[in-house]
Design a protein. Sequence first.
Length: 131
Amino acid sequence: MKKKFIILLLPLFFLFSCVTTSNIPKSFYDEKTVGKDNVRLIFDRKEKFLFLGVDVLIEVNGQVLTKLTNGSSFYYDLPTDGKTTIKVEGFLSPGKYPLVINTTKGKIYKFIIEPSVDTKYGSLFKITQTN
């Protein structure tokens, strides 16, 4: 009985041990730190229980930049401004959630990535601009 209990708890241990946190220093939120020819994009994935073990792929203008784990964050200095297309998708899951924004050089744009229950795009995650 004891072995069965341990075998049942083992997958839960691995599921919860995969959570990592990567904090971006507060100085990166200051527009004075952004190059005059760049746009800074800050992505924050809040720690949520839903889709806990699924990584989120971040794509900007057709280029995959990174995978975000649950509770992690990432920033990217984009060397251009204007129309910017951002897509998020759950790793190995169908559907991408798109967001198109107009960016201006020297500015910071912050985004939150959360689990999605809306099936409009068939994506497990959605991205929302916070500023």
